[in-house]
Design a protein around this ligand. Structure first.
Ligand code: 1CP
Length: 352
């Protein structure tokens, strides 16, 4: 069944470097716990049950779209469905976050992973959720798919959850470089298959989250993150073309990786996401208009009084300019932030 005609293609145009009537905006983690309607849904269902049930995943994805004048919808899921598909147990503990009770301890543990798994089949439920959500969106805004980048996934698989230092995962890079690369290659192939499946299912733009880039630094990033990030865009775009689909924009968000900004701008993505620790003018000065920039308001600016929040937002818009720019936060929104302030942020972007 054909999808409904798209009525708002602002974010796709901005991603491709085409003119826009106004700057598009979406919010990282816009579907989630800061919304009372999500907490209500979540009180009735386990996190992964929501991900695995297309009706529930569509509902969570659509909640922010009903409430706010956003320019994109992101499919409700998590980056950790990939380690899950490879055979690892992932639990989502309320108030704690993701826990992998049996992390990879040494390189021998790589053999426990189901490297031959058919990701497209195993994660088919995400494809079904995407198709359903795109129909339910009725062309209002484009639907974004996403995946975690290999290094960020490797981090969770070795640490067994979130970590302040990633010291166990980084120890692998220094002690077992070959095994680390085997694991990163396995993850790269899984991510490529997963993103292509999402595009075939109806995703109109794809974001890759390298959320743990800040722990690497220039040397390790060059060896253990960038090559896999590059392969993902090249392979996904080639496969999408081979399957007869139109090219679709891809975004790389490598949190804390300013040191690699130029490399990221040349890594085959249409959009580079920025965290809040870099000045927009400096970022633009370094990459020019060869890519679209996305970001980068400090999420904590949402705690500011609304007049201040507006002022910060306007300053950011002025610095980025209207061309090749997608407004967003510099990282995901936190659960205790006020939906009213999100509305203020969106209004401030749209007014410009
Ligand atoms: O609106 C959306 O974006 C919802 C879809 C989404 C996305 C894009 C979720 C739902 N998670 C993610 C990506 C994700 N998950 C990232 C990359 C983005 C980022 O850097 O924030 C990462 C690192 C994760 C891992 C993860 N899952 C964390 C971070 C833990 C840590 O400190 O290391 C957490 C807290 C989760 C749980 C989670 N994922 C999503 C939601 C709504 C939640 C809350 C869990 C719950 O409801 O119990």
């Amino acid at each position: 069944m054909a999808f409904p005609v798209l009525k708002n293609d602002r974010i796709l145009r901005a991603a491709r470097g085409e003119g826009v009537d106004r700057v598009p905006i979406w919010i990282m983690r816009q579907a989630g716990r800061y919304l009372p309607e999500f907490r209500e849904l979540r009180s009735k269902h386990d996190f992964f049950t929501i991900c695995q049930t297309p009706d529930l995943a569509a509902e969570a994805s659509l909640q922010p779209i009903r409430r706010f004048d956003l320019d994109a919808c992101i499919i409700f899921s998590d980056i950790l469905v990939i380690p899950q598909a490879l055979g690892m147990t992932v639990e989502m503990r309320p108030g704690v976050g993701p826990v992998l009770p049996e992390p990879l301890i040494s390189p021998e543990d790589i053999h426990k992973l189901d490297s031959a798994v058919n990701i497209t089949q195993k994660l088919y439920y995400v494809g079904e959720a995407i198709t359903l959500t795109r129909h339910k969106l009725d062309g209002k805004v484009p639907l974004l798919g996403f995946a975690g980048a290999p290094w960020t996934l490797m981090g969770y698989m070795i640490e067994g959850g979130g970590s302040k230092t990633l010291s166990k995962a980084k120890a692998w890079l220094y002690q077992f470089p070959d095994a680390s690369k085997r694991l990163l290659n396995m993850l790269t192939s899984a991510v490529v298959d997963y993103l292509v499946m999402q595009a075939l299912a109806g995703a109109q733009m794809l974001q890759v989250f390298e959320s743990s880039a800040e722990h690497l630094g220039p040397e390790l990033f060059k060896d253990y993150a960038l090559p896999y990030i590059q392969q993902i865009s090249l392979r996904v775009k080639a496969l999408i073309k081979a399957k007869g689909l139109d090219d679709l924009p891809m975004t790389i968000f490598a949190k804390g990786a300013h040191y690699a900004l130029q490399d990221l701008a040349e890594s085959g993505y249409d959009v580079v996401g920025l965290d809040w620790t870099i000045d927009p003018e400096e970022a633009r000065g370094r990459v020019g208009y060869s890519v679209t920039l996305q970001g980068n308001l400090d999420p904590c600016a949402l705690y500011a009084p609304e007049a201040e929040l507006r002022r910060y937002t306007k300053e950011m818009l002025k610095k980025f300019g209207k061309n090749r720019y997608i407004a967003n936060l510099g990282h995901g929104i936190y659960p205790d932030m006020k939906p009213d302030h999100v509305a203020t942020l969106i209004a401030a972007v749209h007014e410009e």
